[in-house]
Design a protein around this ligand. Structure first.
Ligand code: GDP
Ligand code: MG
Length: 310
């Protein structure tokens, strides 16, 4: 809780320490989150997802600069194992990131992609909350859009950018289903490459198939040349203005529900399993399964019967 106070006062080391505890699901984590949660809710959370190598990190790097230009403080959470932000990156990326490394109003955090108690989505949401409580105005969350986990993480951001690049095989068809549906805005990055207009056209005709859906704007960028970033930021602002506070409130409710449910599930499973695994009945069943006196399926039913959940 002392840590929570330091974080709320803007102590960056306190923030980093709190993040590590929260990410690891340490016993202190709940107290930290309890103390900081009332101070959350003012940050704008922007989700950025797309295939590996599509230029998400480069784009996030440019967006950091753009949002810093507006004077606000910016946080980045990279949930991408291949991310340029995760430290293992090649020298060029390191050099690039040093623009922000010396900026006290930018905080960049890479998430380990495994090992969190209760899952990656839980840990990411908690880390975003800590940044929010520490008064970062804009929080960019980068996830590689391949697994369900990653889609789940960005889906409930205030606004979701899906990054596509021209010339990735059969373009649209090659993109995982599920990721196109969550886009509020599409970004065609590497627009310096051939095929950007064709990809735009393909995307347009695909979106036309679903008249129910509001047409997401499609932006073109060349992240490495800082081209199109200003327009992208304007388009995000415009989207937020049009989608309005209603859509944002809806997202936040969705996020709240998802967090409550997943936390409840994790805790429930953890507690029940703890109780069952420590019982003598469990040890006895293990023996009997090993001796082939009972099959594992019947044994599980026997344990569940003791809980009266079948
Ligand atoms: N030609 C071109 N290359 C880009 C552009 N944006 C990023 N790249 C390059 O694409 C590679 C992958 O970028 P990165 O940002 O790490 O992609 P991520 O895996 O989606 O985070 C890097 O070598 C970048 O320099 C762009 O707009 N045009
Ligand atoms: Mg990346």
């Amino acid at each position: 809780v002392q840590l929570a106070e330091r974080l709320l006062e803007g102590d960056v080391r306190g923030l980093a320490r709190a993040m590590s505890l929260v990410e690891a699901g340490a016993p202190e984590a709940a107290a930290i989150l309890r103390a900081t949660y009332p101070r959350t809710g003012s940050a704008l959370v922007i989700g950025v997802t797309g295939a590996p190598g599509s230029g998400k990190s480069s784009l996030v790097d440019r967006l950091v600069a753009a949002y810093r230009g507006g004077g606000g403080r910016v946080g980045v959470v990279a949930v991408d194992p291949s991310s340029a932000f995760s430290g293992g990156a090649i020298l060029g990326d390191r050099v690039r990131m040093q623009n922000h490394a010396t900026d006290a109003d930018v905080f960049i955090r890479s998430m380990a992609t495994r090992g969190q108690l209760g899952g990656l989505a839980r840990a990411t949401n908690d880390v975003v909350d800590l940044l929010d409580a520490a008064r970062y105005d804009t929080i960019l969350v980068e996830t590689v859009g391949v697994g369900q986990d990653e889609v789940e993480i960005v889906r409930t951001a205030d606004v979701v950018l899906v990054v596509l690049v021209p010339g990735m095989g059969d373009d649209i068809q090659a993109i995982k289903a599920g990721i196109l549906e969550i886009a509020d805005l599409f970004v065609i990055n590497k627009a310096d490459r051939e095929g950007a207009d064709r990809l735009h056209a393909e995307l347009d005709s695909m979106l036309a198939l679903d008249p129910q859906r509001a047409r997401p704007p499609i932006l073109h960028t060349v992240a490495v040349r800082d081209t199109g970033i200003g327009q992208l930021k304007l388009a995000i602002d415009e989207w937020l203005r049009r989608a309005g506070s209603k859509r944002r409130a809806e997202r936040r409710r969705e996020r709240a529900g998802a967090r409550l449910d997943s936390l409840l599930q994790a805790k429930l499973v953890q507690r029940v399993v703890e109780r069952l695994l420590s019982g003598a009945a469990h040890a006895e069943l293990v023996e009997r399964i090993a001796d082939r006196r009972i099959d594992p399926y019947t044994a599980v039913e026997a344990l569940l019967e003791r809980l009266e959940v079948r």
